[in-house]
Every structure is written in C-alpha cells, then in structure tokens.
Design a protein around this ligand. Structure first.
Ligand code: SF4
Ligand code: SF4
Length: 322
C-alpha cells in the first residue's frame, strides 16, 4: 500500500513538473522570438553577432568550442539520461514517473471498473476482477477525463513552443493562430488515441525512452528488477494477484528476466497483502542478486504452485547471473 502511495505521489509530481515547465519558464521555445528559454534565460551559442568576421585560428576554435558546449553537449547529456537510467534502474522511470504511463493506468482503472477488463476490446487472463456494481459514477468520471485530460494537456504542452501567456490570451479571446490550434488539437488527438486504444502497447513497442531503458536494463548486471525469492515460493497460495495487478502483462513468478517489467512494485504490494510482509515472495533487487533457482526447485512438489512446474527459462538471464 505504501509503495502505491509513493508511486502515485511521484507520478503526480512529475506530471505537474512537465506541465508547468513552460509556465515557470524552466524550459520552452518561443516561435515568435525564436528563442530557447532555459531557467528564465535565453539559451544561445554565446557568440557575438558578427562572429563570422573573425577568421583567425583562435576565433574558429572559439566558435567550435561554443558550438560543442552549447549545442552538442546538452543533447548528448539529454540523450544519455535514459540509457543511464536503464542501466541502473531498469524501467523504473516508466513505472514511477512517466506521465503517459500514469494516464494509461488511470484509464485502465476506469475500464476495469466499467467492463471488468483493462482493454476496451479484449479480455485477458490476467484482467483483474469484475466490474463495479454501480458503474454509473465511473462512466461519468471517465467521460469527463476522456475529454478534459487530452484537451488540458494539449493546452499546457503547446506552451513548450508558443509563450504560455500567448496561448492563454488566445484561449481567453477565443481567437487562435494556426500554430496554437494545431498544437492543442494535435496533442489532444494523440493523447486521446494513445490513452483509449494503444495504452501500454505504446510503452512496450513504440516509446523510445522505454526501449532505451528496456535494452540497457536488460543488458546491465546492476539494474533494478523484481526478484522472486525461490525460498518463499513454497508459501505462495497461487492467488494470481501478482499477475492480475500487472498492467504490463508480466508474470513475475516465472524465473526469467522479463524486459517489460517497469519496476512499479504492484506485485510486491499484492503479494504482501496476500501473504504478509515477511512471507512476500517479491522484492526489489539488483540484477546480479537475482540468480535463477537450482534445477531441484523446478521439480514438482506438493506445495508448489502449478505455474512453477513449467517455468520459461531465459538463457540470457542464465548467462548474466550464473
Ligand atoms: S512484474 Fe511487478 S513490478 Fe513488474 S510491471 Fe508487473 S507488477 Fe510492476
Ligand atoms: S506470489 Fe504472492 S501474489 Fe503471486 S500468486 Fe503467489 S501468493 Fe499470490
């Protein structure tokens, strides 16, 4: 439960941060003035206007250095964030911070309450529970969110390219330039479709940040991951709650390194609820502390849940951790 509260807090805080960055002048581009604003200051190459008139060696070196420091290095640093995160924390960012992931989870919640399944279209074996007995409040709330969230996000994210004051002024006067209209409508349509139809498939197959974390987390021997403790599996009641809470469709009891796991910890909370803190099968661990269990532990035992008698072995995991 605590994990869920922490996770919702980090997700909400990061959503606020992303939405408010342009308003607080932390980061945005202004197409009118053609200026990039970073922490309230104009970000430029730091070169005088007539810099090209100085053709000396020192002048050229100065231009090259400024270009590297102000234009290339920032991009290298930005692009290295997700490989670094993946190497150390796997897909932790996806599960604990990603604003889109949080929105997808919200709509998962609504479809579970209304239809008894996560997807609008198909039922999956790990869909949690039955629909709510009174579905009307969820239907009303979900309809409101379906319209309000994409529209509000579209308005806020357009502020990354057009000064937020300008966007707000156009909304107040109901008089839009093409850029503002395109920004708001484009983001709204994208978010509506991804939240309604695509959801976590986007995290698995499309999102570049997710893919980078996935690959580097998979290859790294020190990345964070969910460890199923073989010694505690005997206490497992096969309630399947750990699978039902997993919106990434991972089966955390299987002895393999599933690259789709976003380290959200929902399976830890579910198992703690079922077995108590001491007996909970799952915990966060570094990859190298997640060895595959011995062959003996795969043998059929009276108390062993059926799923464990037919584990899927992952050769890459085996190579990495043995
Ligand atoms: S396996 Fe557990 S930690 Fe990983 S995504 Fe599923 S619920 Fe979250
Ligand atoms: S590992 Fe825990 S949550 Fe999963 S089926 Fe067993 S008892 Fe239930």
């Amino acid at each position: 439960m605590k994990l869920t509260v922490y996770r919702r807090t980090t997700q909400a805080a990061f959503i606020l941060f992303i939405l408010l960055m342009p308003v607080l002048n932390i980061f945005h581009y202004d197409v009118d003035t053609k200026e990039l604003i970073v922490f309230g200051n104009v970000w430029g190459l730091g070169l005088p206007e007539e810099f090209y008139t100085d053709r000396s060696i020192t002048g050229s070196l100065h231009v090259a250095l400024q270009f590297f420091l102000k234009a290339i290095l920032p991009w290298i640093l930005i692009l290295s964030v997700f490989p670094l995160l993946g190497t150390l924390t796997g897909r932790f960012f996806c599960g604990w911070f990603c604003p889109e992931g949080a929105v997808f989870e919200l709509f998962d919640f609504f479809t579970v309450k209304i239809f008894g399944r996560r997807s609008l279209f198909t039922k999956k074996p790990n869909d949690p529970g039955e629909p709510a007995s009174n579905r009307m409040p969820y239907i009303i709330l979900s309809l409101f969110c379906m319209m309000a969230i994409p529209l509000f996000t579209g308005i806020m994210l357009t502020g990354y390219f057009v000064a937020p004051r300008t966007v707000w002024g156009q909304i107040m006067n109901w008089d839009f330039t093409f850029g503002v209209k395109a920004g708001i409508i484009g983001v709204s349509i994208y978010l509506f479709i991804s939240a309604m139809i695509v959801r976590h498939a986007l995290c698995k197959y499309v999102c570049g940040a997710g893919l980078m974390q996935m690959l580097f987390g998979w290859a790294s021997p020190v990345s964070l991951r969910i460890k199923a403790d073989p010694a505690k599996l005997g206490a497992c009641t096969d309630c399947k709650q750990c699978e039902k809470v997993c919106f990434m469709n991972v089966k955390p009891r299987l002895f393999r390194k599933d690259i789709n796991c976003v380290n959200c910890g929902a399976c830890i909370s579910a198992c703690t609820k079922e077995l108590g803190k001491e007996k909970c099968v799952f915990s966060f661990a570094q990859s190298r502390h997640c060895p595959l269990p011995s062959k003996e532990s795969f043998k059929k035992q009276e108390n062993t849940p059926p799923i464990l008698n037919n584990p899927i072995r992952d050769d890459n995991c085996e190579k990495t951790f043995r």
